[in-house]
Design a protein around this ligand. Structure first.
Ligand code: AMO
Length: 444
């Protein structure tokens, strides 16, 4: 691509017409490529041809035509951060139309006026198949794709095997009411809330596994942090000494992802005006009870949350702010959540069985990960299931895994849309989903 833009050379470039601006002396055709816009300048030397090769006028060109442009690369200073290369423009010799939209009124996001941010988002999502065609949204999803690739690459280097597990399942793994049911040839089944059971099973096979796949949660409330279908970056590893091994792996993995995004997506980060988070060598880690105490003692929250079973959203924001100011970290691990409120597969802390060896990772005020050590003895699973009123018979294949032997193990899952939104400072995770599903939306 770089060679294509050598000043003084003739180049041929194909793309979609993002915009046409006619001036007295000619005008501009702004071409859209996969990574951004290219400015081309029309002058007296320019000729235009339709799909049949017949000569047409510049005025016959319109947005979203697919074209091939041949011209000379010239130096230029382009201010638009969406420019693929802001030091050049192309003086057009010829434009060949390859195909055209069937409507002459294609959607132009820039020309639309909206009363408020909500209305803009609604319009964007209602017409996502077309509104995605703008440098900002393309940039968000490019960063997301880079995160997923960096995740897979790092783990593969560390000896992890990528697995693909079923999304139609006989039991929900995470409990709670947010599970979608579906009819499966007359039997009630579920959409997987997570690949939890299957990634643990994968550890019995490959020791270290990861998966990148959709997870389903029947979230009944429209919030800026929940989707009904999201992409879960799942990791599970065997032969751990404790949850610290899992936390260390996640910190190292994130360091590698951040470095990759910084180098591979410098253009997108600039366009989105995003500053990547700081992940220090030692990420602050506090027990849940310690977080409540810190925030109370430092007067950082309005309410007194001591004794509560979970983190309140105001606490998530406050502890992240505290960690950044005091320890220079955009990330905070919170550990030792109460057993009663954690998924049944979490291992209880032998020192205090009311707590679990589990953690959340917060970033810039938002939970991006849950993880921890899991139980590995069938007896422990049965005991916990029965205590929670679950029927172990419904989990036969899962329990069978432990009956047949499992190493000490643990893992975590990162919500891909959440981490993308946090990296880029987006206020709504839906913006980091190509086609978001929420309580009111299943199309496009
Ligand atoms: P948990 O339910 O906390 O844990 O989910 C893990 C991470 O997935 C993301 N996430 C969501 N993102 C968008 N919309 C949602 N509705 C949504 N729900 C969850 C979040 C969250 O931190 N099996 C465990 C993980 C593990 O222990 O390995 C699990 O699913 O970023």
């Amino acid at each position: 691509m770089e060679n294509q833009f050598q000043v003084g050379t003739t180049t041929t470039i194909s793309g979609m017409i993002h915009n046409v601006r006619v001036t007295k002396w000619g005008g501009f055709i702004i071409l859209r490529k996969a990574r951004g816009l290219v400015q081309t300048v029309v002058g007296e030397q320019s000729h235009f041809y339709d799909e049949q090769g017949a000569e047409i006028a510049m005025a016959d060109l319109c947005r979203e035509m697919a074209v091939t442009i041949t011209g000379t690369v010239n130096e230029a200073k382009i201010k638009d951060p969406a420019a693929l290369n802001n030091t050049i423009e192309i003086a057009v010799d010829k434009v060949e139309v390859l195909s055209r939209p069937s409507s002459t009124e294609v959607i132009d996001m820039n020309a639309l006026k909206f009363g408020d941010e909500e209305a803009l988002l609604r319009y964007k999502f209602d017409n996502r198949q077309v509104t995605l065609r703008n440098p900002r949204d393309m940039g968000i999803l490019k960063v997301q794709s880079t995160i997923a690739k960096a995740f897979a690459d790092y783990l593969t280097e560390q000896g992890f095997t990528q697995i693909f597990t079923p999304k139609i399942v006989s039991e929900g793994a995470e409990g709670g009411a947010n599970v979608f049911t579906m009819d499966y040839f007359g039997k009630q089944v579920y959409l997987a809330q997570s690949p939890q059971f299957y990634k643990q099973i994968g550890v019995g096979v490959y020791e270290r596994v990861f998966e990148i796949a959709a997870a389903y949660r029947a979230e009944k409330h429209a919030t800026s942090r929940h989707l009904n279908e999201y992409i879960s970056l799942d990791v599970e590893m065997g032969f751990i000494k404790g949850q610290e091994d899992v936390m260390k792996l996640e910190a190292d993995l994130l360091r590698s992802i951040i470095a990759r995004v910084n180098t591979a997506c410098a253009h997108e980060l600039n366009l989105l005006n995003a500053t990547m988070p700081v992940l220090p060598e030692n990420v602050p880690a506090w027990k849940l009870s310690e977080v409540h105490e810190i925030l109370f003692n430092e007067h950082l929250c309005e309410a007194d949350h001591r004794g509560e079973d979970d983190l309140a959203p105001e606490e998530e924001r406050a502890i992240c702010k505290y960690a950044l100011e005091k320890y220079g970290s955009d990330f905070v691990f919170v550990t030792h959540f109460p057993s009663e409120h954690r998924a049944f597969y979490a291992m209880d802390d032998p020192k205090d069985p009311t707590l679990t060896l589990s953690f959340d990772l917060l970033m810039r005020g938002l939970e991006i990960t849950s993880g921890g050590q899991r139980m590995h003895s069938e007896d422990d699973y049965r005991r916990k299931m029965i205590a929670r009123g679950m029927n172990p018979d419904n989990f036969r294949f899962y329990l069978d895994t432990f009956r047949n032997g499992m190493p000490p193990h643990g893992g975590f899952a990162i919500g891909l849309e959440r981490i993308t939104a946090c990296f880029l400072g987006l206020t709504n995770v839906k913006e980091a989903s190509m086609f978001p599903r929420d309580i009111n939306r299943v199309a496009p």
